[in-house]
Design a protein around this ligand. Sequence first.
Ligand code: IPM
Ligand code: MN
Length: 347
Amino acid sequence: MNSYSIALIPGDGIGRDVTAAAWTVLETAAKRAGFALTGTEFPWSCKFFKETGRMMPEYGIETLRGFDAILLGAVGWPAEVPDSVSLHGLLLPIRKAFVQYANIRPHRLLPGVTGPLRAENFDILCIRENTEGEYSGAGGRVHQGTLDEVAVETSIFTRAGVERILRFGFEQARSRRGKLASVTKSNAQKYSMVFWDEITRKLAADYPDVEVTSYHVDALAARMIMAPESLDVVVASNLFGDILTDIGAAIQGGLGYAASANINPGRSAPSMFEPVHGSAPDIAHLGIANPIAAIWSGAMMLDHLGEKAAADRVVKAVEAATARGIGTIPGKDRTEAITAAIVASLT
Ligand code: IPM
Ligand code: MN
């Protein structure tokens, strides 16, 4: 029997509820499909930071390295730990250390979910560069606290980093509807973004079957709202991808439905699966968080582990539940009720 070891990092706030929900669904799916999932939970979070002064122990990354995959809930509790500290102490270092350079985020309406747009038939896969660009963390502050203070934060785009994410985008487009939107702002940013456009053009020669269009990020943001059906795969830098995928979440009905996978395509280290949403302190502990984004992220994890049939069954179960109106009205169904309905729909 195939068996997979999963590191569970529920994190903060609603991250805890949605990770528990996803785990319930995934364990049921595994049992039905005849493979085993063993979960090891790590309490790394802002609470852990308050107790230990760190978001994860010194050897946290090395501890995680031995797992087949990581399932993460949400990180952040800004009332107690600044987001810039909590995210740079846990989520962002994992993405970088494990070379999870492709952040994959599907944006489509689940059956029964009403989005804010008239358009209903869009199916967009956003591929966000996840290890460099605007999130490189290169920079500093000098003359801190004085009138002469200077803050510098430099985006870093490497040829290897840009090539690999664009290739990943081309491959995804090839396996879907054959259309790739490559996103930059090369009319204003004349070094890094022109570089990205050049590499897009160069790689296009290797993928004659893919129709690639370069867009400026402002125009692409508008297109996601005005003509989302015209898009298939979208590939963008770290920050642009971050912003565009919140638009993606919005047009698919909200963050409760936005799943994501931080993938290491070379499989040299574990990949990490997490909903796009945060810890939502305002609704934490109310038991009303929508677990669908986390459950869908869990399905992406099963797919990555090679259990595609089980992954498909989880997505089908989510769709069967939402088609009956479960989890489609914010705050109406409790987390546990949505989870139970999805488990009951699993074939
Ligand atoms: C996301 C989040 C993170 C990001 C934050 C929490 C650092 O917004 O996964 O989209 O910007 O990557
Ligand atoms: Mn984001």
